[in-house]
Design a binder for this molecule. Structure first.
Ligand SMILES: [Zn+2]
Length: 421
C-alpha cells in the first residue's frame, strides 16, 4: 500500500534537494552541488516529506486521495526553507540615531564605549515587559517567514541580569508556542553591564550565578569575544563552564580583529563560530574538518561599512564548513531577509549562487545541530519548503532586494505570500 500524500508539489523547474549531507556539513567542492532535480516533484504527508524526485518517481511511490492538495511549481524553484542560524531576535527599541552617527563617521566601538550601541538596546530591553517583547519579536518572525526563513536561532544578551536574560529566553519559549517559525534559544554573554566594575567580576557572576539559572532555558551558550568586550581567556572560562552544565557552544569570533577565537571554537568543539571577518590562516586550518561550522555574516560587515569580509573562498577550499546567517539585530544588521544576505555573500565574499544556497540551508542546519530533520528535501525530513518565483537558483541572489518567495510550507502547512499567476 503506497502512502497517501496530503500535498504534492509538481513540475518544479528546479527542485533543489541539497540531499545526502544529513550527517556531516558540506565542504569544498560539495558546496557546488545543490542536488537539483529538473521537473521535480515533492510529496508531503502531515508535517513530513514522504517522497522527493522526478514526477514519475514520486507518483509511483505515493498515492493521491480526493483531499490531496496539488501545487504546480512549473517555472519556479522549490527548495528547503532558509535556516537563519545566528540572530538577536528579541530586543526593544531601535538604533536608527546611531546609524546616522555612523554615517557621519563615528566608529562602532567608539559608540559602544560612550554608552551607546549594545547598551542602548540593553536599556530598552530591560525596560520592556514580556508582552511588548513578544509583540515586537513576533512581527520580525512574520517578516522572516514571508522571506522564506522557517527556522531561526535567537540569542539573549540584551538583559545582562538574571531576570532580564531569563525574560528574553522566556519570550523565545512563548514565540515557539504561538508562531510557526521554530526558534532555537541561545544564552549570549554579550558585554559587561555598567553595574559591574570589571569584566572579570561579570565573568565570575556569569559562571557562578547566571549559567546555572539559564540551563534548561537555552540550548546553546555563546560569548562575544572581541577587544574591549571579552578576550579568549574569558571566553574559554565561560564556555568550559557552560559545557560542563550541558550547553552546546557557539562563539562570536574574530569579527573586528583576529583574536585567535576560530581556533578556540574548534578546540572546544563548538557547534559554530560566527563572523570570522578577520580569521587568520591558522584559524582556517584549525576549523577545517573540525565539525565546527563557520557562520559568516556579511550583512553585519556591510552595514558597519567594513572593507574586510571573511575569506569565504579560501575557507571553503581548505575544508571549513561555511554557513550564512543574517545576524539580525538592531545595531549592526537590521534585516530579517536571508535573500539579501545571499546576494551580499556573492558580491562581497565571491561565493557562488550554489555555495550561498548550501550555506543557508543544509550547512546552517548543521550549525544548529538539526541536519537530521531540516536543511534538505529528503523523505523523512520535516516539510519546511519554499517556492520561489524564479526560473532557476542563480536568480535567487541575482534578483536582489525584493522578496522572491511566493509560498512557504512550514511543517506541511501552506502559507502563500506572493501573487499567483
Ligand atoms: Zn551576533
Amino acid at each position: 500500500m503506497k502512502p497517501a500524500a496530503d500535498l504534492i508539489i509538481t513540475s518544479a523547474n528546479e527542485l533543489l534537494t541539497l540531499r545526502g549531507h544529513s550527517s556531516s556539513p558540506k565542504t569544498g567542492k560539495e558546496m557546488d552541488d545543490l542536488g537539483i532535480i529538473p521537473d521535480g516533484c515533492l510529496a508531503i504527508s502531515e508535517d513530513r516529506i514522504i517522497a522527493c524526485g522526478s514526477m514519475d518517481e514520486v507518483l509511483a511511490e505515493v498515492s493521491e486521495t480526493p483531499d490531496t492538495v496539488k501545487i504546480d511549481a512549473s517555472s519556479r524553484v522549490v527548495m528547503p526553507g532558509f535556516i537563519d542560524s545566528h540572530t538577536h531576535l528579541v530586543f526593544a527599541g531601535g538604533r536608527e540615531d546611531e546609524f546616522e552617527q555612523r554615517i557621519k563617521g563615528a566608529g562602532y566601538l567608539d559608540i559602544l564605549k560612550s554608552g551607546g550601541g549594545i547598551f542602548n538596546t540593553v536599556r530598552a530591553t530591560r525596560a520592556a515587559g514580556k508582552e511588548e517583547l513578544i509583540k515586537k519579536s513576533r512581527k520580525h518572525l512574520d517578516t522572516m517567514l514571508k522571506f522564506g526563513t522557517t527556522t531561526v536561532e535567537a540569542k539573549s544578551g540584551y538583559g545582562l541580569t538574571i531576570e532580564d536574560e531569563s525574560k528574553q529566553l522566556q519570550v523565545m519559549k512563548e514565540l515557539n508556542k504561538i508562531h510557526p517559525v521554530d526558534v532555537i534559544p541561545t544564552f549570549l554573554v554579550h558585554t559587561t553591564p555598567p553595574e559591574f566594575s570589571s569584566r572579570e567580576k561579570y565573568i565570575d557572576f556569569v559562571i557562578n550565578n547566571m549559567l546555572p539559572k539559564m540551563r534548561g532555558m537555552a540550548e546553546y551558550c555563546d560569548i562575544f569575544c572581541e577587544h574591549e568586550v571579552f578576550d579568549p581567556e574569558h571566553s574559554l572560562q565561560v564556555l568550559t563552564a557552560a559545557k560542563k552544565l550541558g550547553f552546546k557552544l557557539k562563539i562570536h569570533a574574530d569579527q573586528l580583529s583576529d583574536m585567535g577565537c576560530a581556533r578556540l571554537a574548534a578546540e572546544l568543539h563548538a557547534a559554530s563560530a560566527s563572523h570570522l571577518d578577520h580569521i587568520s590562516r591558522e584559524g582556517i586550518d584549525a576549523m577545517a574538518n573540525s565539525g565546527t561550522v563557520a557562520i559568516l555574516l556579511p550583512g553585519a560587515a556591510f552595514f558597519l561599512g567594513s572593507d574586510t569580509y571573511a575569506p569565504a573562498p579560501e575557507m571553503i577550499s581548505r575544508g571549513v564548513a561555511v554557513a550564512l546567517a543574517t545576524d539580525f539585530n538592531p545595531g549592526s544588521c537590521p534585516t530579517e531577509s536571508m535573500q539579501i544576505i545571499l546576494t551580499l555573500a556573492c558580491i562581497t565574499m565571491k561565493m557562488s549562487p550554489a555555495q550561498v544556497i548550501n550555506a543557508a540551508t543544509i550547512n546552517a542546519a548543521h550549525a544548529i545541530n538539526r541536519a537530521d530533520t531540516i536543511g534538505s528535501l529528503e523523505a523523512g525530513k520535516r516539510a519546511d519548503v519554499i517556492i520561489l518565483d524564479v526560473p532557476n537558483h542563480k536568480c535567487i541572489p541575482y534578483h536582489f532586494g525584493v522578496n522572491l518567495v511566493q509560498t512557504v510550507i512550514k511543517k506541511g502547512r501552506i502559507m502563500r505570500f506572493g501573487c499567483a499567476d
